[in-house]
Design a protein around this ligand. Structure first.
Ligand code: SF4
Length: 376
């Protein structure tokens, strides 16, 4: 479908054609490294936030000299891009301490980046009222840094306008996801992920308009192909449509996910009537499926995941976690236990950020799908 090709193209490059056009128009771009960083505030400053990714990067040898290989390959890949000068189009980066790997990356980016703006956004690690307050305090610091670095003022109305734009994105993505309840769904998991990633690296109003135009085309699309196993993918640092395609080519359909480069980025709208827009943004972030780095977040996350599993008719779950990611290594044990109680099989895949296919993974996925078919 021609309309889908645009999203695939935008998702295939970090510094894509829309980013280049935005820069040529004299506008700024700031990179973020985690879905817990409140993009709405950066957008309220008239700056385009983009989630840092390293499509098709295979070698991190320069970064490995600064960040030990025990750090996850997502963090080393981001640093590698910086050291190769491939982030030169950015006007700044917002770093954070989601996990120790991110914290080490923050230190290296602070030391190595030659940009007008590097801001460290300190993350809460336990849900509760204190987390909401902490998030608001950190947003006020980020707001102050942006205003100072770029000699501007960010008003509450600017923040409300950004909230409106982001809510529109999340509602449109919600509509798109509803179509994936169909069996078979009218779009593949691969196509869906290209849309997801394009939405993280193109101007939001433009993305919203294109997505709104795409929805009726997807809705009327005849879903081809035999019924295949319906899967959910969870995990961290998983942002490669090629990896999703690798799974789907084996006779599966990824119909939903619990990824920070996916559902967690687009779920939940912000209360547009809250007198304090920063407080409203904080509640949206702390009430969604939590990252495993949040020590008491699993019950809330599993509540959201199991609702998706029921409503999207999921037959099996793949946990695609990065090597050395201690948080997902722990979370998959909790997840396996809960899924076992709910009678749902889990396939645990450990991978490197750049690994989108491998013989060993191929065999394990094939065996998992055959087991699901035998159970169907
Ligand atoms: S994938 Fe895991 S280790 Fe890597 S940045 Fe995310 S939470 Fe940290």
């Amino acid at each position: 479908m021609e309309d889908l090709r645009y999203f695939a193209e935008m998702a295939s490059e970090l510094n894509n054609a829309e980013i280049q056009a935005w820069k040529r128009a004299g506008k700024r771009v700031i990179g973020t490294v985690c879905s817990n960083i409140p993009e709405e505030l950066i957008y309220a400053a008239g700056i385009l936030p983009i989630r840092l990714r390293a499509p098709r990067l295979q070698d991190t040898s320069s970064a490995d000299s600064l960040l030990h290989r025990i750090n996850c390959s997502y963090t080393r890949s981001v640093l590698e891009l910086l050291l190769r000068g491939e982030l030169g189009f950015l006007d700044g980066i917002v770093t954070t301490n989601t996990c120790d790997h991110m914290l080490r990356l923050a230190g290296e980016l602070q030391a190595e980046a030659r940009m007008p703006f590097i801001h460290y956004f300190s993350m809460y690690h336990a849900l509760g009222k204190a987390a909401d307050e902490w998030f608001v305090l950190e947003m006020e610091k980020l707001k102050g840094s942006l205003e100072q670095a770029f000699s501007m003022k960010i008003s509450d109305d600017d923040v409300r306008r950004a909230i409106f734009v982001y809510n529109r994105t999340r509602r449109l993505m919600g509509q798109l996801n509803e179509f994936r309840k169909a069996d078979p769904p009218p779009l593949s998991g691969t196509e869906y992920f290209q849309i997801v990633l394009a939405g993280m690296s193109t101007p939001r109003e433009q993305f919203n308009d294109r997505l709104e135009a795409l929805l009726p085309l997807i809705q009327s699309r005849r879903a081809g192909g035999a019924v295949q196993s319906r899967l959910m993918v969870v995990g961290g640092g998983c942002d490669a449509p090629e990896f999703i395609e690798f799974i789907e080519r084996k006779g599966a359909r990824i119909v939903t996910d619990g990824l920070c480069f996916g559902m967690r980025h687009y779920s939940g709208t912000i209360d547009e009537n809250d007198a304090n827009p920063l407080h409203a943004i904080a509640l949206r972030y702390t009430n969604r499926a939590a990252c495993p780095a949040i020590i008491n977040g699993f019950p809330q996350s599993y509540g959201i995941l199991s609702k998706l599993i029921r409503e999207w008719g999921v037959q099996g779950v793949i946990c695609a976690r990065l090597k050395f990611c201690d948080h997902w290594a722990g979370a998959r044990k909790l997840l396996a236990e809960e899924l076992r109680k709910d009678g749902l099989p889990l396939l645990d895949l450990e991978r490197e950020y750049s690994t989108t296919s491998s013989g060993q993974m191929s065999t394990r996925i094939q065996a998992f799908l055959e087991m699901l078919k035998s159970q169907a």
